[in-house]
Structure formats: structure tokens, C-alpha cells
Design a binder for this molecule. Structure first.
Ligand code: AOF
Ligand code: ZN
Length: 371
């Protein structure tokens, strides 16, 4: 007996298949869209993809516009990795375009927590007789857009801690040296990671020890602006350091203590914040970064800075680059010198390992307490 498939009403499997494509499309914008989200769009009719789009970079067309603007086919199904916007921002509301193009059905992976949208986009579509399904691969979409979502929900950036460590977990040798803990390939890998973020942060100790440029040199990130954030409580860094170079493409943001004897700004984005016995108040630093439009931050160290972010649990993810070396030593540096009792020990979840010549990388998420 022949089964007649009703192609105008796709089943669950079709929805998953096309949403998967939309999610993969969305990732093409990685590193270029913040503080806005990564969004992918796929237009389908009778089981066939008619067009696709994704949000390429901040301020550019929304994914919906890219996918629909040159298409004049009514009765389609539109797959979106995020609820469409319904407000006038840098671009007109995508819901208006979806209605004008006579889309029949919209499938989204998740609602947009942006207070200007927050369910109103899907309501507007339903009010115009468009069928809406929400929640297809919602967890996956949450993961992909974790920077955007954390920032818009909490008004502080998503924070990833980055460190190059030995197999026995050491950041430095006994003499405090960290150069070159990881292999050449590991270093290239970790430099490339910078491109995924809006900003990168280092403490005064790292600047004095290594005099890094903290810029983007790996291929694939041409034209990207990366903010460099420096913590210098005493406001005593020399302007001769490499970090003061290349500020056009890599703007420099400095945080110093509001009690520093010298309160003269060294760069236009120089902020003076409170401090306690451990150093600058990191929550205030993060809040200020969010106000500047920074949705994600890669913390590159050194040990003191990493220790503070871990102690205060002010991070979301870790990217640890392990070299195949054992350094040992009683005075060698650690990423979390303060330490915790075993019962309260820090735990990472959903860990993924990848290998490179001379070592391996671990990426995992901070396990949040149940409260
Ligand atoms: C994007 N790209 O593909 C979609 C977005 O300032 P605007 O006009 O670019 O609007 C930004 C907001 O629009 C963003 O925070 C999100 O709520 C919504 N959807 N944004 O940048 C897109 N679909
Ligand atoms: Zn839009």
C-alpha cells in the first residue's frame, strides 16, 4: 500500500533536520556578531530548501532578511534558531518581513530573552495566522548562543578562563616562568580561540612577565575588532609595553583602583573601580564591560587573575591547554592557588577534549550549584 505524505505539514523529523542546518549556518557568524546573537535561517517548501541565511556580523542584516528578501514564494516553512525580532533596531522588525512574504509556518529553536522581543515576536506571527512551533533543539541553540544569552540575561559578559598548563596542572615552573608551557601548535590553537570573544583580559603580572601583544594573528579573524582588557590596580604600567600598541584594531581598556595614587587616564577607556583585599572588584569590572557592549570575555591570566575569577566563581567555561610535560616543583604556579575543600571543589561538566601536537585541550562548563 502506498503512503501519501502530506508535504505541507512537515513532521517532527523534518523539523529537526532543517533546524540542524539552521543551527550550523548560525555558527558561521561566530566571533563577529556580538553583542548580538548568532542566528541561522532556512526556508523550506515541499521538503526542499529554497534559501538560507545567517547573521554575518554586528549591525548587518538579520538572518531572516538574508533568507527571505529575494524569495517570492508563499506558503513556506521558515526555520529560525532564535525567535524573530519585532522591534525597530538597526533594522526593521523581521516579523513584518515574514508576514509580508506570506510564510505559512515558523519553527524556532528558542525564544529571544531580549526584553524588546521576549515572546512578542512569536505572538505577532500567531496573530497573523502563521503557525509557530518553538523549542526544536532548544538546548543546542542555548549552547551556541551562550555568550549572547548570558550577557542579555545577567548584564555581565560570558567569561571563559584560558590557561596553558602542564600535565600536572602547573601554570609555571618553580622559578615562575610560563614561557613556553604549551607547544607551538597549542599556542596557535589558543591564539585562534581569542577570535570567538569580544574581549580578552590579562593581569599586570602577565604583562610584566611576557609583554604580550594580546592581539589576533591567526587566519580567519581578519577585520575583527578585539578589545584588550588589562587589570592594573596601581595604575603604574609603562606606556612602553606592547599592549599599548595597535590600539585602533585592538582597543585597550584599563581598570585601576579608585584609590590608586595616580588617577590619570592612560587610555580613553580607563576606569577606576573599587577593590578589596584580593584586588579589583571583578563584578564591577564585568558590569562595566557589559556597558561597553562586550558580551564575552576570555581571561588569559596570569595565575593571580585566574585564581580570583575561580574563587569568586565568576566564570562560565574553561579552556585548558595541557602540554605533555610534567613540571612539578613546590613553588610552581597553579590556576587556583586559593583552593577549596574537596566537598566544594570546582567541577566542570560537558567536557570535550581535543588533541594537538604536544598536548590536548579541554573545554568544559562550570557546574552551577542547584540553588
Ligand atoms: C541580530 N541578528 O539575525 C537576529 C537578531 O540592533 P538590531 O536591529 O540588529 O537588533 C538586535 C536584536 O535583534 C538582537 O538583540 C536580537 O534580540 C534580535 N535578533 N539580531 O543581530 C539576527 N535575528
Ligand atoms: Zn530581526
Amino acid at each position: 500500500m502506498k503512503t501519501i505524505l502530506n508535504r505541507t505539514a512537515p513532521g517532527k523529523k523534518d523539523d529537526q533536520k532543517f533546524m540542524k542546518i539552521a543551527l550550523k549556518m548560525s555558527e558561521r557568524g561566530l566571533g563577529f556578531t556580538e553583542p548580538n546573537p548568532l542566528v541561522g535561517a532556512v526556508v523550506v517548501k515541499n521538503g526542499k530548501i529554497l534559501s538560507c541565511g545567517y547573521h554575518q556580523a554586528f549591525g548587518m542584516k538579520h538572518a531572516e532578511t538574508m533568507a527571505l528578501e529575494n524569495l517570492d514564494v508563499p506558503g513556506t516553512t521558515l526555520y529560525l534558531t532564535l525567535e524573530p525580532c519585532c522591534h525597530f533596531g538597526k533594522t526593521p522588525p523581521c516579523t513584518d518581513l515574514i508576514i509580508a512574504k506570506k510564510v505559512k509556518r515558523v519553527v524556532t529553536a528558542m525564544a529571544d530573552p531580549n526584553p524588546l522581543v521576549n515572546g512578542a515576536g512569536m505572538r505577532k506571527l500567531r496573530d497573523h495566522g502563521i503557525q509557530v512551533r518553538c523549542g526544536v533543539y532548544g538546548d543546542w541553540a542555548e549552547r551556541i548562543n551562550r555568550h549572547y544569552l548570558k550577557a542579555i540575561r545577567t548584564r555581565v559578559p560570558y567569561v571563559t578562563l584560558h590557561a596553558g598548563i602542564s600535565l600536572d596542572g602547573k601554570l609555571t615552573d618553580d622559578a615562575g616562568r610560563s614561557r613556553w608551557m604549551t607547544s607551538e601548535e597549542g599556542r596557535r590553537y589558543s591564539h585562534s580561540l581569542r577570535g570567538e570573544f569580544s574581549a580578552i583580559l590579562a593581569g599586570r603580572g602577565t604583562l610584566l612577565a611576557d609583554n604580550p601583544r594580546l592581539n589576533l594573528r591567526e587566519p580567519g579573524w581578519q577585520g575583527k575588532t578585539l578589545y584588550r582588557v588589562v587589570l592594573d590596580s596601581a595604575n603604574s604600567l609603562s606606556r612602553r609595553l606592547n599592549i599599548f600598541k595597535e590600539q585602533e584594531r585592538f582597543p585597550l581598556i584599563i581598570f585601576s583602583s579608585d584609590k590608586a595614587p595616580n588617577r590619570r587616564k592612560k587610555v580613553p577607556l580607563h576606569f577606576f573601580v573599587g577593590h578589596d583585599k584580593h584586588g579589583l572588584l571583578l563584578v564591577d569590572v564585568l558590569k562595566q564591560l557589559y556597558k561597553l557592549g562586550i558580551a564575552s570575555l576570555l581571561v588569559e591570566g596570569g595565575g593571580r587573575v585566574l585564581d580570583s575569577f575561580i574563587r569568586e566563581r565568576l566564570f562560565d567555561e574553561m579552556a585548558l591547554f595541557f602540554s605533555n610535560k610534567i613540571v612539578g616543583g613546590r613553588n610552581s604556579g597553579q590556576i587556583f592557588a586559593s583552593g577549596d575543600r574537596l566537598e566544594e571543589a570546582l567541577e566542570l561538566v560537558d567536557c570535550r577534549w581535543s588533541e594537538f601536537a604536544g598536548g590536548s585541550m579541554l573545554r568544559g562548563y562550570r557546574k552551577c550549584s542547584p540553588d
